[in-house]
Write a protein that binds this ligand. Sequence first.
Ligand code: SPD
Length: 431
Amino acid sequence: MKRLTVLLAAAILAAGCASDRSSILKVYNWSDYIDESAIPEFEQWYQEQTGESVKVIYQTFDINETMLSKIEKGHEDYDVVCPSDYIIERMLASDLLLPIGRDFGDTPNYIDDNLSPYIRSCFDKIDGKGKNANDYAVGYMWGTTGILYNPKYVSDEEASTWDVIRNPKFADKIFIKDSPRDVYSQIILYLKQKELAEGSVTMDGLMNYTSDADIDAVEQYMKEVSALAAGWEADFGKDQMVQERGWVNLTWSGDAVWAIDEAQEAGVELKYVCPREGATVWFDGWVIPKYAQNPKAARYWINFLSRPDIVIRNVEEVGYVSTSGAPEILEAFTDDSFEPIDLTYFFGEAADSVCANPVLYPDKSVIDNCTMEHDWGENTGKLIEMWSRVKGDNANSLTYIILAVAVLAIVGAIVAARRKKSSRRRKGSRR
Ligand code: SPD
């Protein structure tokens, strides 16, 4: 009888825990990447659509690699996370993702109604080892990597090359995104510009240049940059630029949009450019990891964030641009204060002359000079080690000097105290 009671209690407990988890949605997103008022709104919408309640636990990360490690090594039970293209590729290759079904009952499928065909075609290029990334990931935001600069100090010509980050004129005024993959990609494009011009390599091909010699070349280059840089930043570069503590920032276009807007209010002019050697275009998308406990709510979360009114709010809040190609989005971001640009690649044939912010939506000519990053597989470790050597060099010598001075001071103080003590003892024994 006693055994039966224990079993019954355990069963009730287990059932209780299970129902608890099914009413929780664990979201892991980039920091500064959502209008947070959309989170409680999602909880209410989910209840209305499904009759079930859900509570969102929302956590953030600064770089892809942190997020990946929590899932790849830690097997953490996030229900929905937001990696970039090359990480989606890696997660697919490592069999870490669940397919994202479209079973929404009577709720509209905002995902497929609105996703830009450009984004769909870029996701088709992700090498999922036999799996199509469009079945496992839904685009969220996208953009380019480029140079944000202050034209009061940096000319357009100086900013038009990646080499601006190695220009001694801007020493201590340069901020670099602390994202090894993104920085590596731009520097390899810079270092191989001659081969690119001759046609002996392609931009796509360069994204897989992972030999020791190539990594070494980028390392040497970045060590020169490191000696000039004011800092490595995951998301504070934009503030530094607004406050004019930084004049040059290797950054993502969404941070640039945010900084340009903020700076304008403070009477500071900032500009953004994708350098002439070529740049990368990137995509962040929602995926459901295989350790997820609530894939249903995860699916609805992705659908909710694809709803045009939610898309507009998020874009306006964070400065990044949505992967949605819905007509409402084109209308919302058409702005006559900008020159007309060609956005046919994103919104279709009718969008050949749209007045829109070219940092948010790059003109087709800019996109034609961009390429996508890919997973490095086994070679990723070499990149991460190189990056810590680049970032560590300056800090190390300074750290060693500070440590040596501190140790000498402590040893000196101990020796002096001992001498004082023994001289007092000697004086005492003489008395
Ligand atoms: N603050 C959120 C920034 C997210 C930008 N993702 C860019 C990834 C480039 N690989």
